[in-house]
Ligand binder design. Structure first.
Ligand SMILES: Nc1ncnc2c1ncn2[C@@H]1O[C@H](COP(=O)(O)OP(=O)(O)OP(=O)(O)O)[C@@H](O)[C@H]1O
Ligand SMILES: O=P(O)(O)OC[C@H]1O[C@H](OP(=O)(O)OP(=O)(O)O)[C@H](O)[C@@H]1O
Ligand SMILES: [Mg+2]
Length: 389
């Protein structure tokens, strides 16, 4: 085993029952939640940290606006997280064996994906971009989990010297910004901010950081502008700030992110990722989709299909499923009616009912869809391509 350096615990272990073993170079977490003790070895030579673990680790937001929606999404995919108590930072998803859930702050999920302490995570794309800093080990497995929507944007005061400034170009061209007196921007995004300004040719800009309530900075006089996340825009409006054309750095929503190294090297990560991805896509694909069942008199399935496909809102995902409805007539089994099943998006539902009635449909039954499993989940081959597999 490579030589190891002294690595004494300088920070409290997560609040599971953790045991420090102050040996020269080992720190061992023995926790009631984790099936076996895990040994962390710090390789003094390269400084890299190799965790000798067999469990797959999935990082989820421990608190804040992302946490509840993430647990809800996983529950909708039959991947409910079993957490013994809210202050315990490790949990499990009973549906998936050998998987540990670790609750962490979003930015720490990204950091631990890079350090090898996590294999998978769900965070906002803004967090991946800011704390991942373009690191190629980070792979976005699913880029649109359909919650946590926001965008990272520049905002300036609506008043004073900015009153008639409404675009990034106009902001850049303001004569006020010089080397001696640059544009002062308050932000929590100290990687993405300077990168964006440089890419857009703004030379005389300085950044200050604050952990929150950035919108107060211009009124306090501590900054001229801010670079922050925007959802509803309420906070900007309430603080007399405005966004500008060309000032959106990136659009963000919750994403499933993984470490390339884990996917390729750690046993079981790729298969587990495939299952989670399948379930996510099937659930997300079904949102807003409804199954419509109706009866229709007809002389044959083809004739009924002709009538249905002549209507704009009745084609369904691939086309209508048409089954004969058998009954007994004059002692013989016959099919005078046909049952049709189609998948319809919510916005087309009423039009679909009208069109079904117009071509003789009756007994229209509508139910929401929970999953749509395509032949293959579209993002799976994309992931394999990214991995060169
Ligand atoms: N209006 C919003 N403000 C901040 N984050 C938002 C907003 N809308 C969606 N998000 C998403 O939520 C994430 C922040 O979630 P949360 O505040 O729980 O994390 P955090 O680690 O506590 O952040 P912070 O460092 O601000 O405390 C953002 O990275 C973004 O992806
Ligand atoms: O567009 P809106 O819907 O108004 O949301 C945007 C605000 O929400 C976030 O702040 P948060 O509420 O997390 O408080 P903080 O700034 O103290 O982190 C973000 O930093 C913006 O200030
Ligand atoms: Mg804020």
């Amino acid at each position: 085993m490579a030589s190891t350096t002294m690595w004494m615990m300088t920070h409290p272990c997560p609040s599971t029952m953790a045991v420090h073993i102050k040996s020269p170079s080992w720190c061992c977490y023995a926790s009631q939640s984790v099936s076996q003790s895990q040994v962390a070895v710090v390789n003094g030579k390269t400084g890299s940290r190799v965790l000798d673990r067999s469990e797959i680790r999935f990082g989820l937001p421990s608190k804040g606006r992302m946490s509840a929606d993430t647990l809800e999404l996983l529950k909708d995919c039959q991947l409910s997280v079993k957490q013994v108590n809210p202050r315990q930072y490790v949990a499990e998803i009973p549906q998936i064996s050998n998987l540990e859930v670790w609750f962490q702050r979003p930015k720490d999920i990204v950091r631990k994906l890079l350090s090898g302490d996590l294999d998978l995570g769900i965070v906002g794309l803004d967090t991946v971009s800011e704390y991942g800093q373009g690191n190629e080990d980070l792979i976005i497995v699913h880029d649109a989990l359909e919650y946590g929507d926001c965008h990272l944007s520049i905002a300036i005061p609506k008043y004073g010297i900015f009153e008639n400034v409404n675009s990034l170009k106009e902001l850049a061209q303001m004569p006020q910004w010089t080397e001696e007196k640059p544009l002062r921007v308050a932000t929590g995004f100290t990687y993405l901010g300077p990168k964006f300004m440089k890419e857009n040719g703004l030379k005389h800009v300085t950044f200050s950081t604050a952990d929150g309530a950035l919108e107060a900075a211009p009124a306090m006089g501590t900054a001229d502008a801010i670079l922050d996340l925007v959802s509803s825009g309420t906070t900007l409006r309430e603080n007399n700030l405005k966004e500008i054309e060309g000032g959106v750095v990136l659009k963000s929503q919750a994403v499933l992110v993984s470490s390339r190294k884990s996917l390729i090297e750690r046993k079981g990560v790729l298969d587990t990722t495939h299952e989670i991805l399948e379930r996510l896509e099937a659930h997300l694909r079904a949102i807003g989709q409804f199954t419509v069942v109706a009866n229709m008199r007809g002389s044959s399935a083809e004739e009924v299909a002709e009538r249905i496909l002549s209507q704009t809102s009745l084609s369904g995902l691939q086309g209508p499923t048409i089954s004969p409805v058998f009954c007994k007539r004059d002692g013989k089994v016959a099919a005078d009616y046909y049952a049709i099943v189609i998948c319809v998006p919510k916005k087309a539902l009423y039009k679909c009912v009208q069109q079904l009635r117009a071509i003789g449909g009756s007994g229209v039954l509508i139910s929401p869809l929970t999953y749509i499993f395509d032949e293959e989940t579209p993002r799976w081959p994309q992931l394999l391509t990214k991995l060169g597999l």
